[in-house]
Design a protein around this ligand. Sequence first.
Ligand code: PMP
Length: 436
Amino acid sequence: MPSEHPGDASEISARRARLLGPKVSTFYDEPLHVVRAKGVWLWDQNGRKYLDCYNNVPHVGHCNSRVVEATARQAATLNTHTRYLHEGILDYLDRLTCTFGKALDAAVMTCTGSEANDLAIRMAEAATGKSGIIATDWTYHGNTALVSQLSRSNSPGVGKALSGFARFVPAPDSYRPLGGVAGMAHANAFARAVRERIEELEESRHGFAAAIFCPFFVNEGFPDLPEGWLKPAVQEIRKAGGIVIADEVQPGFGRIGTHMWGHLRQGIQPDIVTLGKPMANGHPVGAVVAGSALLASFQTKYRYFNTFGGNPVSCAAAMAVLDEIEEKGLLENARRVGEFARQRLNDLALKHEIVGDTRGSGLIFGAEFVLDCETKKPATDFTSRVVNQMRDRGIVLGSLGRSGNTLKIRPPMTFSRENADFLFDALDQVLTTALR
Ligand code: PMP
């Protein structure tokens, strides 16, 4: 049932520039004007349907009925902040913390992943009395004044000038590994880089407080790394008395198909885990999960309050997401459909020379396009043409990486094998016809 909405695309674009600022970005050469969605589908103003292979926020499907009903029911009953007693946040956190190891037994709720990371870093500072933080040199941890300085994929130009307390290690890349070595040798090279940054920080006025990594390095380009790859780096952090922060905003809630959390696949035990994006299917909810002792020590130093964080409506939405993941077997779906997707990606790689590498796990997967398999020269313009041509064929996906030449495919967790066939049949055709 297509809904007709007036509003010409160029008129909307002009209003956006006037009201949102001239540089606010859109996807695609011809931006999409979407008016409604359900499951893995989006509809534009003309009633045209698009397969959503990009959006990880509607984790359990766009406009999921259980989430919509739970949100509406609670919104019609009570919505207020956490300075009153209410079971909503307690029931939710009891349930959420059960999915972690015993050491991560308490949490603070926020509204965004940025706030969660900002708070995690403040907790690490409070626990260690130091302020130096290590991150990778091509990632995103959010947009507050603090964490934007650790988000160099978004501000490669200004990162260095602002980063007194921050030190960067090379983002892992399985296609072009550090020092040309793969697997655990690559992991050891990464750990050495971490140790060097720790030493630099310990010699500076900041000292070393913590390292923050996405355990699946999604924004870095989700390299294919063996399980346990982060262990040597974590050993270095522990040896130096630092805090390990796992940013699970991207890989969490079963996205990678093999585990509920990316750090479980790495076989590491973080001190702090941060959550966001998919947590409440589009309702703005994030969290910092930590051990109760760490949380208590932070709370003796700071009085943290978040007006909207952990409100009853947010918690109802977040609880409905956990219910859906469990009852619909979405972790298992991600594993099964993800394996099928990797197979189809590999078939494409055999057929199309431009595919230099394929990677991913569960429902985060993609391919890197290169002009030459020997030199691995990035096919950046080609990738952009592919993304735009896929949109013209009714498929929404994105690209990422330092050269923007890696396809980023990260659909809602209800994505099926049939959806994957539709995606890869179209991709096969586009790879055949798009200009090099
Ligand atoms: N951490 C990671 C790994 C992210 O990808 C993002 C958002 N893309 C954030 C943190 C920030 O989350 P938010 O936009 O909710 O502040």
